[in-house]
Design a protein around this ligand. Structure first.
Ligand code: NAP
Ligand code: HSE
Length: 437
């Protein structure tokens, strides 16, 4: 049978990994797919740039339209990123009847609903395994492997750059800016690294995971998003003293009132496996009603780990090229006309436990004021630590762990604590999840 022809948009970190993996493993891939897979054409902004991989035999162009309109291309692989040119190119490829594979989480989280509708109408596939958690086949696991279950919740470390930064800060006391520069050098960070640091990239990925887990349309604009920029080395140390690790987590849980969709730094008991996932590695915990808790672990970013997911998607597309479009695995796991209107909850309605750190004047009565505000808001205290004042300072750090409470109640209590004359500056709040089965 004739080989399947691929058109590649982008020859950067992931594009390069995809070229290398397809070349190196061509024989094994053909045995799995049942047909050869060849890259016919690839685009980049600058095709004269020296690349660390072999592009011989591939037609190179600076015109992405040449890829999506190429008469021989069966599958377009979009690896340029962003949501402007990428959306236009993907829609054009679909309109031309080409299948699409993409690693672009921003594109799927923000425009997936319209992309999938267009693909459905045209009877083509849009595959996006590499968009979530790099090389971990988490989309396939949730969409297919766990399809017998009612998914109750999922929680994951889904940004490699953020986890790399938090790990380096904890283990080596490294400076935030230095570690971020290293993550960029290694090809882990987004073109705009604020997406990694401010939690936007993780919010894109969580939006996709939640839709697949709960069968709801993609609703990126409803995801509560907080990054790691305000986490201090002291918070990391205090968390350790209390038996916890701080990880940047995406959490989505089905409740009676709706679906939680939130991304923020989270304290996790250090004995949990996921608390020990370090560096660029990602991990996703998924709790199904039948299977119980399951954990998926692997590299969350980087050229070949991500290419592993991209190429697996291309192989999947090749395997079902001749299958009836009505009988393929649905893009969002559930049949398109069976998506649920379960609402995404406002953050104020979410219930979690909390770590609070406040800087208080070192004098009698301050702690009593703080605990009376918490007591008045029905917030019970699980543990409390008061640190010695640093040399030359008049304030002390007070750390409080609370039991679970609605976020709206905690917001009121924090506002009252911050209004106390004896409390200086803002209260640092880190949400705490036990993540037990
Ligand atoms: P990258 O290294 O910046 O590569 C982007 C490639 O696209 C480059 O070859 C660039 O050309 C080309 N390009 C950019 N804008 C273009 C345009 N308007 N028209 C034509 N070509 C254009 O990015 P990457 O890290 O490979 O990421 C690609 C996608 O994969 C993104 O959606 C990203 O979020 C996703 N992703 C990345 C990783 C990772 O670990 N890096 C992991 C999972 C998913 P030049 O080479 O000439 O500059
Ligand atoms: N910038 C992303 C990360 C790439 O660091 O996780 C993988 O999606």
């Amino acid at each position: 049978m004739k080989p399947v022809k691929v058109g590649l948009l982008g020859l950067g970190t992931v594009g390069g990994g995809t070229v290398s993996v397809l070349q190196r493993n061509a024989e094994e891939i053909q045995r799995r797919a049942g047909r050869g897979i060849e890259i016919a054409i690839a685009t980049a902004r600058d095709v004269s740039k020296a690349r660390s991989f072999d592009t011989s035999g591939i037609e190179l162009s600076t015109d992405p339209q040449a890829v999506v309109n190429h008469p021989e291309v069966d599958v377009v692989v979009e690896l340029i990123g962003g949501t402007d040119a990428a959306l236009e190119l993907v829609m054009q490829a679909i309109a031309n009847g080409k299948h699409v594979v993409t690693a672009n989480k921003a594109l799927i989280a923000k425009h997936g609903n319209e992309i999938f509708t267009a693909a459905q109408d045209k009877g083509v596939m849009v595959a996006f395994e590499a968009a979530v958690a790099g090389g971990i086949p988490i989309i396939k696991a949730v969409r297919e492997g766990l399809s017998a279950n009612n998914i109750e919740w999922l929680a994951g470390i889904i940004n490699g750059t953020g986890n790399f930064i938090l790990t380096e800060m904890r283990d080596n006391g490294s400076d935030f800016a230095d570690v971020l520069a290293e993550a960029q050098r290694l090809g882990y960070a987004e073109a705009d690294p604020t997406f990694d640091v401010e939690g936007i990239d993780a919010a894109h990925k969580l939006t996709i995971l939640a839709s697949i887990a709960f069968g709801i349309p993609l609703q990126f604009d409803k995801c509560y998003t907080e990054g790691i920029g305000h986490i201090t080395r002291e918070d990391v140390e205090y968390a350790e003293e209390l038996g916890y690790r701080i990880k940047h987590l995406g959490v989505s849980r089905r409740t009676d009132k709706g679906v939680e969709l939130r991304v923020h730094p989270t304290m996790i008991p250090e004995r949990r496996l996921i608390a020990n996932v370090d560096g660029v590695m990602n991990a996703v915990l998924v709790k199904g009603d039948a299977v119980g808790p399951t954990l998926y672990y692997g590299a969350g970013a980087g050229a070949e780990p991500t290419a592993s997911a991209v190429v697996a998607d291309v192989i999947d597309v090749v395997r079902v090229l001749t299958a009836d479009p009505e009988n393929r695995v649905p893009h969002l796991a559930f049949q398109p006309d069976a998506l649920s209107d379960l609402p995404v909850l406002e953050m104020g309605d979410v219930e979690t436990a909390y770590y609070l750190r406040l800087e208080a004047n070192d004098k009698p009565g301050v702690l009593a004021d703080v605990t009376s505000i918490l007591g008045g808001a029905d917030i019970s205290i699980e543990a409390m630590l008061q640190k010695e004042p640093a040399e030359g300072q008049e304030t002390v750090s007070v750390i409080i762990l609370t039991h679970r409470i609605r976020e709206a109640q905690m917001n009121d209590a924090i506002a009252k604590i911050e209004a106390l004359d004896s409390v200086q500056g803002q209260v640092t709040r880190i949400r705490l999840e036990a993540l037990d089965a």
